[in-house]
Design a protein around this ligand. Structure first.
Ligand SMILES: [Zn+2]
Length: 80
């Protein structure tokens, strides 16, 4: 009977140790699940760096721009 009590105490200690380790490792994992800087449907203006929806972006030979003015300012032109 004495051994059974010691066995239960050791099991409880192992369970408490594993539980504390798991709660510690969970904490730093939360910020790593951050959203990416640029979603797939967003474009970045090569001239001013502003983010805009892909369908509103102006295409140039070097990349995408927020407006035709910025495409001209970047000395780029319409690829078509
Ligand atoms: Zn721009």
């Amino acid at each position: 009977m004495k051994y059974l009590i010691w066995f239960l105490v050791i099991l409880l200690a192992i369970w408490a140790f594993k539980r504390s380790r798991r709660s510690n490792s969970d904490a730093p994992q939360a910020p790593t699940a951050a959203t990416p800087a640029t979603p797939a449907n967003m474009a970045v203006c090569l001239h001013c760096g502003i983010h805009l929806p892909q369908e509103e972006a102006v295409m140039g030979e070097k990349g995408q721009y927020c407006s035709t003015e910025h495409r001209a300012a970047a000395q780029d032109r319409n690829p078509v």
